[in-house]
Design a binder for this molecule. Structure first.
Ligand code: GDP
Ligand code: MG
Length: 465
């Protein structure tokens, strides 16, 4: 015998307890508090609800799809056109020209209780129509119909994939580099050193802005470094069709060797097919052992240094003193050149989000790196469930810029709400388009949630039986 308390069920369903209690209340199921028990019957009712909503959406689309082709083919008896507003028993009865009371009676005889004016699901409306031999068509512009059509973000993503097929139209862009490695092996020190020596002394005032990434120039060529890497730069982004990074610098301390997070970082880079340059760090330390660290690379990661006949570039450095950091930068440029990193030059435009935050002065902002095209102030953008009009672009030196070219890190100001930190940002042609996309994405997400809940309820029910 399985019983669940309200809060337990809410947790299982990824739902707010209050939200669930509200839903139960709407269904006329009485629960006194979040500690009240939920029985099998209630779980069943909830299950039915979620199933029905999903079925309705499904049917609605099927119906609209079919009708358009079927309609002309079999125009014997003209079908009755139904809009969402007709999905109430009284209105529906009027539409199909059958008295409401008769429907109620007929259904009562068949063991189903209908109430006057009650809302109808599409499936129920169809059932009624069938009983009286009425053919239905559904309003074309039904808002729900759009829901089940393809995720608009997939459509945007595909546009880029197609353009990438035409290699001749692509142009080179600077590499985006992520520094990874075990904790305390010197990632921050290295990033700070590069930033300080390559930016601060050159810029007027020398104030750098933290926007999650920065760009430096080496021998007249640009390199973008991501400041605060997470594994999402591989996994989450790849799922959305764009990689945030082109090259990984794997930092391994010469006094510590390959450690668990070194392996983890390596695995992420490897599975994302991103080339790795190893920086053996802290060579200034008396107990540093470069040779032993190289052996570690071979045995634990199967990375064979070039000087040992392999193809892994290994640079021994001291991030603290700056020893060999220039060599490391040159190696990055070399690898970048071999990778032939390219992008779409002007448009369409997309950027990968590095982080998002609510800024005191600017409101919701996204720190991002432009991936393709030129992002401009005034552009309309979508980022998952969020959209906006670019009010300002701030670069890594804290300056307002009018536009950002590929591989440029920028803070994007102008989102209506905080974007998902793993989203791809796309420029769209208008505010209307942006709103349309965002609404679809939200609907799809809600639908996914309902599906998940339905599956979970099914599991719960199985356990109860
Ligand atoms: P992270 O966790 O990988 O970002 O590592 P940090 O950059 O914070 O460095 C951890 C510690 O190692 C700090 O105390 C650094 O000063 C020190 N460190 C980093 N690089 C070097 C180096 O090249 N030589 C020496 N001696 N210490 C270093
Ligand atoms: Mg750090």
């Amino acid at each position: 015998m399985g019983r669940l308390r309200v809060y337990e069920l809410a947790k299982q369903l990824d739902m707010d307890t209050k939200e669930l209690m509200h839903e139960l209340e709407e269904l006329g199921i009485e629960v006194k508090s979040h500690m009240s028990f939920i029985d099998e019957e209630t779980v069943n009712i909830l299950l039915d609800i979620y199933k029905q909503t999903l079925d309705e959406e499904e049917e609605l689309v099927e119906a609209t799809k079919k009708e358009s082709t079927k309609e002309k083919a079999e125009a014997k008896k003209p079908p009755v056109h139904i809009t969402e507003e007709d999905l109430r028993l009284d209105k529906f009865a009027e539409k199909i020209k059958v008295p409401q009371n008769r429907i109620i009676q007929d259904f009562f005889m068949r063991g189903e209780v209908l109430k006057p004016g009650q809302p109808l699901s599409i499936s129920l409306a169809k059932k009624i129509a069938k009983l009286y031999d009425v053919r239905l068509t559904f309003e074309e512009a039904e808002p729900k119909e759009q829901v089940v059509i393809e995720n608009p973000l997939e459509e945007l993503k595909r546009k880029f994939e197609e353009l990438y097929k035409d290699k001749d139209k692509l142009v080179p862009r600077p590499p985006v580099v992520t520094v990874m490695g075990h904790v305390d092996h010197g990632k921050t020190t290295l990033l700070d050193y590069i930033r300080k020596t390559r930016i601060a002394e050159k810029e007027e005032g020398g104030i750098t802005q933290s926007i999650g990434a920065y760009q430096v120039e080496v021998d007249g060529k640009k390199i973008t470094f991501i400041d605060t890497p997470g594994h999402e730069v591989f996994t989450e982004m790849r799922a959305r069709g764009a990689q945030a990074t082109d090259i990984v610098v794997l930092v391994v301390a010469a006094d510590d060797g390959v450690m668990p997070q070194t392996i983890e970082a390596y695995n992420h880079a490897k599975s994302a097919n991103v080339p790795i340059i190893v920086a053996i760090n802290k060579i200034d330390k008396p107990n540093a052992n470069v040779e032993l660290t190289k052996q570690d690379l071979v045995t634990k990661l199967n990375l064979i240094p070039e000087e040992w006949g392999g193809d892994t570039i290994v640079v021994p450095i001291s991030a603290r003193n700056g020893t060999n950091v220039d060599t490391l930068l040159e190696m990055i440029l070399l690898v970048a050149e071999m990778q032939d990193i390219r992008c779409i030059p002007d448009e369409p435009v997309r950027a990968v989000t590095i982080e998002t935050k609510l800024d005191k002065g600017y409101g919701p902002v996204a720190n991002a790196i432009v991936k393709d095209g030129v992002l401009k102030v005034g552009d309309y953008v979508v980022a998952g469930k969020s959209y906006g009009k670019v009010k300002a672009l701030i670069d890594d030196k804290g300056r307002r810029i009018k536009e950002a070219t590929p591989s440029t890190p920028v803070m994007i100001v102008g989102f209506e709400e905080l974007p998902d930190p793993h989203s791809i940002i796309y420029v769209v042609e208008s505010k209307e388009k942006a709103v349309e996309i965002v609404e679809k994405v939200k609907e799809l997400e809600a639908r996914e949630l309902r599906k998940k809940r339905q599956i979970k309820l099914e599991e719960i029910l199985k356990k109860m039986q």
